[in-house]
Design a protein. Sequence first.
Length: 293
Amino acid sequence: MTETEILAERFEANRDRLRSVAYRMLGSRAEADDAVQEAFLRLMRSGTGSVDNFAGWLTTIVARICLDMLRERKTRREVPVDAEAEALPAPDNPEREKLIADSVGVAMLVVLETLAPAERVAFVLHDMFNLSFDEIAPVVGRSPAAARQLASRGRRRVQGAPAKPESDRTRQREVVGAFLAASQSGDFSALLAILDPDVVLRADAAAVEAAARARENIPPLATEIRGRDSVANIFGGRAKAARLALVDGDAGLVFTFGGPPRMVVDFVLENGRVVEITMIADPERLAALDLEF
């Protein structure tokens, strides 16, 4: 067999599982089939190189395709959930149980439609298909901790609770607002009080490059900075052009500089303190975020 034939055969062995992943994310069998077929075409174009976990690699490819489709759907305000259980047969029909089971699945899909795209992908991959947050993080373009936060928020909504209780949302806005005020005023002590001692700051390459061009009289930004003092030094007096916003449903900061978003600062909080900060300036990643001012 040729290499292409071997890849195609290995893909077919995973097709049913990939269709299941895509269907739970998209809620439409037609769209799920489209997503799986797109993954197959990408596989045929690029091959796999030295991928160790072929099934996991395919799952992440399908998940990324589904995430793009969900985000595109959101801009069109479409909700294409299949509705196989619209008409149940009479009680004595032997297929009734199967259709009731299908209707429960449809009910779940309807609930999933209320989640933001990144929440939905993180929840489905972790809770339904047991992927680790380390595996989910690159799919949603976030850190493992942020991916865990997305999945947790999705899980709570699926279970009937608010995605984030109002008290939590209020506290989060207060912490991020205090962070912004301390950053803009250069209040180093206030920043230290908000940051966890082991806080981690991560910045993508575009954010590092933008910071270098600014040439401000502050320590240079790096792709990863650890520790409360070091992170506070980075932000002291730096956020003059930032404004509060919701980033994928959580309080964050957006730098607009009088135009479209140029940089996003995403926060992960635990026990009222900032434990992780992500600075995103890559245009493609910015376009993929759900931002609300």
